[in-house]
Design a protein around this ligand. Sequence first.
Ligand code: ADP
Ligand code: MG
Length: 262
Amino acid sequence: MITQTLKEAFEVLNLPHMAAVYDHHAEEASRDSISYLEFLDKLLWAEIEAKKARATSTNLKLAKLPYVKTLDSFDFEFQPSANQRKVNELKTLAFVERSENVVFLGPPGVGKTHLAVGLAVEAIRNGHTAYFLSAHELISMIRENIESGRIHRKLKALNKPGILIIDEVGYAAMEDEVANYFFQIVSNRYEKGSIILTSNKSYGSWGDVFGNNVVATAILDRLLHHSTTINIKGDSYRIKEKKKAGFYDVSRYETDSNDLNG
Ligand code: ADP
Ligand code: MG
């Protein structure tokens, strides 16, 4: 039977979506007098779209993002120093194709992680891969892998994703050995893969972050050679939300002082 050999062919060629929808498309084609070529074209593109969707969903899982948020849900009006023009340029993903880096600097709550995740989601939806980890996780990972003797294998694995996102650099201190491996990660990816990094510390204090000015300078040198920095100065979005919810009810205090005056 033709359907049996067709099913076998779809399996051998790994075309599961075509296997699921070919009969529906065939019916439609004979009903609407669609040409053979058009039928074949529709079927093939349905498979391509399904494969893309599967890859996106796999790559989203592999990226280990802390949450899925998009650039579209970012309120640039609330945070004007988060330069929307620069973010839109990054959204074209030319930086990933050129293996360039992105750094988001700023105090807590201004949207650094949101923007980093948003860029990663955009990249993954367009066929790239990413891997997210906090600096804290990266430091623990480096320490554990030094101990177990697997550090070189681990460093290789960190070269693989198209974008490596290192979140919250600056909170956890690093001893020299860890800082050196951090440098190796940045150096290995230099001009080969993108890094998106977020930090609450301005570049001037990275000597303290890495416990060592020489290593910090070497890291900054590689990281910033081909890069975009977005320096966000503004209020925490978390506080805005709390204000809205009434946790910071300024009017109450105003009423109190009016009472005193009256
Ligand atoms: P940071 O990493 O700078 O500390 P986050 O990116 O974690 O800040 O932002 C804190 C929370 O506020 C997140 O839930 C984030 O989605 C939200 N947020 C921050 N800035 C904005 C913004 N301008 N528009 C919409 N949501 C925002
Ligand atoms: Mg953050």
